[in-house]
Design a protein around this ligand. Structure first.
Ligand code: ADP
Length: 660
């Protein structure tokens, strides 16, 4: 059991922003929804207008308050205080009781107030006193001469509702007060200051009131507000115009994006179709090259010829690897690369991978020590092919970039959820290493680092990027730690479901057992097989590979012939190519299934060079039972034959019959 990848100190895990796109889901340009944008813009403008109105109203109130305060404090207060200072409080108190206009104090004070008022420019200057709880009286009016309609004679009654709260506060607080609200009253719109009149015992016996006309100020402020409103309306009109312009631009941009999106999708579909076609076109001759060189290697040949054939086979296998990488990359890009889980034996998988790595390591005289605890669960459910691909990529890179020393392989399993484990694979080498500044570039597609230094090692720069995408698709990742000139450590982690919890034991022994099983093989001389392929070379390869099984083979060149043959006589298994003239494999499989009766159940295996992701599902959905990719892998062929040739027709191979 060990630490997870990336948790070791110093481990670089380059999740670079321009890394491989996620396995599922094609990258597509985002298209903004115009309705959402419209809603946003509407609310933006609504909020904008509300704020502007609030600002104007607040501003108006503020201006009015400022003006009121200014008038009251600078003009009203000094005036009323001057008037109050001239009034004898006791004489005033007496006058409020007698209300005698002949009282010399009345006339004398009235004239004094009139003089003060004339110099000041205020509207009204007067004194008031309480009479009853609900009525106050005008005592001395210094605003006009008697006889003037605006003049209030001594003792004029005034109902209290006509006064604002500041008036009453003056009695209660015994200090000067200012009016704050300016309603339209009988005397106009007023800004009022009130100053108390005290008698000799300090009681408030009345007040001096001083009013300035607010109508003019108010009309000026109203005019100012109207100007502001007009300005706002103008802004709104301009804003609305700009809003329309913006909306139109967004709409146009949206249409352009949709069009671009459509083109991208069309291009991606065209690319996939192209890849499907090209993959078929390339893999078909590859099948012939690899298959025939495999058959040729089984023939008695001079050693030099065998060497050449081995060269052809290796070159073919390399080329096939590159083609597979490019197809995988295209699959990842278009989001069609899928993981196909199925049960597999852990030890067999590790043995297969190590066998390949060991051959490569031996060629370069590198040691390949392993550290694989036997307690890893015996069998898992996962995509064995993809796990093998990841490990082979890491191991073959390690061998490729190491000239002397070792490549070490370790594997660990850590329990995860109930029925799952996290498998951690560590591939360590004593090779050329990677510079720290190059680590983040490592997983980018087509990036090969230090190409000059390596003197032309082969590769496309796709392997690691694909391996990381595959790991991520299996809920894991790849991390790397490296010291330039001394070696690298790649750690791949992925999640697998446990199928059989028992320990797998030592890899070599389990694998040997498997190898024994392979050697046992079988023959099926009574089994009838039909191979359908339009290329005679492919038919030859398939026949050659089937020869050791001693099955009876019939061949034909297209789907139409295959349908007729299946109608005429029963077959135990049909190996059907996909793309053929006259009638292709998919149509032929459907036609066979449509015949009904026994033909409905004849096993049909797709034999195709088209290895693009998603093909397996397509074949299974169209009446095929299984899938065998070309160039044919002998182990896969063996598994398919064992699966589909009826058990009653299979017999164990006697030693001289073993051919696998
Ligand atoms: P390639 O086909 O070029 O090997 P990969 O994607 O597998 O592509 O690797 C990308 C690059 O990472 C390689 O070109 C190499 O520079 C570097 N690299 C990968 N593995 C190792 C390693 N074990 N040691 C040193 N460099 C490595």
């Amino acid at each position: 059991m060990t630490a997870k990848p990336g948790s070791a100190p110093g481990v670089e895990n380059p999740h670079d922003p321009v890394g491989t796109p996620p396995v599922a889901g094609a990258a597509q340009p985002a298209v903004s929804d115009p309705r959402v944008l419209r809603r946003y813009l509407f609310w933006f403008f609504a909020a904008f207008i509300t704020v502007i109105f609030a600002v104007i109203i607040f501003n108006t109130i503020q201006q009015f308050n400022d003006v009121t305060l200014l008038v009251n404090s600078r003009m009203g207060l000094p005036l009323a205080q001057r008037a109050a200072a001239l009034i004898d409080g006791d004489a005033f108190e007496k006058l409020t009781k007698t209300l005698d206009p002949q009282d010399p104090f009345y006339e004398e004070t009235r004239l004094k107030l009139l003089r003060i008022k004339q110099d000041s420019g205020c509207l009204y200057l007067y004194t008031m006193a309480p009479y009853t709880d609900t009525v106050h009286l005008f005592i001395i009016d210094g605003s006009a001469e008697p006889g003037d309609p605006a003049f209030s004679p001594l003792g004029s009654k005034e109902p209290l509702y006509a006064y604002d709260s500041a008036y009453f506060r003056t009695y209660a607080m015994k200090t000067p007060q200012f009016s704050k609200i300016h309603p339209q009253m009988d005397w106009g719109i007023l800004i009022s200051t009130y100053v108390p009149i005290f008698n000799s015992s300090g009681a408030v016996v009345g007040i001096v009131g001083c009013d300035f006309d607010a109508a003019d100020i108010r009309s000026r402020i109203v005019a100012h507000v109207i100007r502001q409103m007009l300005l706002l309306c103008m802004f709104l009109l301009i804003g609305f115009y700009l809003y329309r312009l913006l909306l139109d631009a967004v709409k146009r941009q949206n249409l352009a994006l949709q069009e671009m999106n459509r083109k991208v999708l069309a291009a991606s579909e065209a690319k996939n179709a192209f890849l499907t076609r090209t993959s078929h076109e390339i893999r078909t001759p590859m099948n012939a090259i690899i298959g025939m060189s495999e058959l040729a290697q089984r023939e008695p040949c001079p050693p030099r010829a065998l060497e050449y054939i081995a060269g052809i086979r290796n070159a073919g296998a390399n080329l096939l690897g590159i083609i597979n990488d490019i197809l995988d990359f295209a699959g990842i890009e278009s989001g069609t690369l899928r993981i196909h889980p199925a049960p597999y034996e852990t030890a067999s998988l590790l043995h297969d991978v190590l066998t390949v790595a060991r051959i490569r390591a031996e060629e370069k005289a590198l040691a390949l020590p392993t550290d694989i605890p036997p307690d890893i669960p015996r069998s898992m459910v996962g995509d064995a092919g993809r796990v093998r691909q990841i490990l082979l990529n890491l191991l073959s890179n390690a061998v490729k970039y190491t000239d002397a020393g070792f490549v070490k392989f370790s594997a660990y399993a850590t329990p995860d959820a109930d029925d799952a484990v996290r498998l951690t694979f560590v591939v360590e080498d004593s090779g050329i290493g990677i510079r720290q500044e190059d680590l983040p570039k490592l997983f980018r597609e087509f990036v090969r680092i230090g190409e000059k230094r390596r003197g032309g090692t082969e590769g496309t720069g796709l392997g690691l990027s694909i391996a990381r995408s595959l790991c991520r698709a299996m809920d894991g990742d790849i991390a790397v730690r490296s010291e330039y000139g001394r070696g690298s450590v790649f750690t791949a982690e992925l999640k697998q479901t446990v199928h059989d919890r028992r320990p797998m034991g030592a890899v070599t022994r389990a694998a040997e057992k498997r190898a024994e099983r392979q050697r046992a093989g079988f023959i099926a001389p009574e089994a009838e097989l039909l191979i359908v392929d339009d290329l005679p070379a492919n038919l030859l390869v398939a026949e050659g590979l089937l020869a050791p099984y001693r099955v009876r083979v019939t061949t034909c060149a297209n789907g139409r012939e295959a349908v007729d043959l299946v109608r005429e006589r029963p077959f135990d298994l049909v190996l059907m190519d996909h793309m053929m003239p006259v009638m292709d494999g998919v149509e032929a499989a459907r036609a066979v299934r449509a015949q009904g009766g026994e033909r409905r159940t004849v096993p049909i295996v797709a034999l195709t060079a088209n290895a693009v992701s998603g093909m397996r599902e397509m074949f299974l959905a169209n009446g095929f039972n299984d899938f065998l990719s070309k160039p044919i892998d002998v182990l896969e062929l063996d598994a398919v034959l064992a699966r589909w040739i009826p058990a009653g027709k299979r017999r164990a191979a006697v030693p001289e019959q073993k051919g696998l």
